[in-house]
Design a protein around this ligand. Sequence first.
Ligand code: ATP
Length: 241
Amino acid sequence: MLSTHELSIGDRLKHVTCALQPGKITAICGPNGAGKSTLLEAMAGLLDPDVGSVELDGSGLFDLPPRRLAKRIGYLPQSAEVAWDVSVRTLVQLGRMPHGDQLAEPVDAALAALDLAPLADRRAQSLSGGETARVLLARVLAGEPDWILADEPLAALDLGHQLDLLRHLRRAADAGAGVVLVLHDLAHAMNHADRVLVLDRGALVADDRPESALDDVTILDVWGVAASWVGESGKRALVTA
Ligand SMILES: Nc1ncnc2c1ncn2[C@@H]1O[C@H](COP(=O)(O)OP(=O)(O)OP(=O)(O)O)[C@@H](O)[C@H]1O
């Protein structure tokens, strides 16, 4: 379990307490500046809380040796860039660093999951924005972390690759991984998450099944948008007034 207790970071996060389950997809939603990336970074052990704690299976994140933490938690930041002009395969292989090996199988699986096999020998810095986003996510998957934390992983992807990725993440969750995604697209959160956290101005205002966390009242309160859901479960669309 990945949990926070009374987590506060400046004005960015205020007393956030939540407990995320492995084997599930959790979406973090909220307006711009609500604190979504801050919460994800804190859960990845990259931000030191002013108050409160982040725990992984009952141990404080900062008590875990860095390599062990890197093995267990894979983190994809928002709008990441490629710093090295290496091949796509080499970049994805860097995901194995916490394990200290260069096993081909997880690297090939990550390349396949993100439809990158045809690009494996391309220079990473020659890729389009969406291709780059897929490569950086493949690097996270190649590390086979217990927890996949990804900040807007769908933002640069076309519709087909978005759905492929969501299917892959569901398979990872079914295999036992905890998947935590910052999502702006509320329909993706509604249709693909098991649970949704809603942040508003640094505070956690909903933590529930998608149908409850993203009901019309919360969307109006938090996003200031009058909207309603149409369609059947798993295929809902949000219609704005
Ligand atoms: N390094 C920082 N130092 C101080 N304040 C920061 C820092 N990074 C972000 N903030 C502020 O903290 C708040 C939360 O930022 P955060 O990036 O977590 O929001 P977000 O919900 O991910 O937003 P978005 O949807 O725009 O990506 C914002 O008001 C932002 O301006």
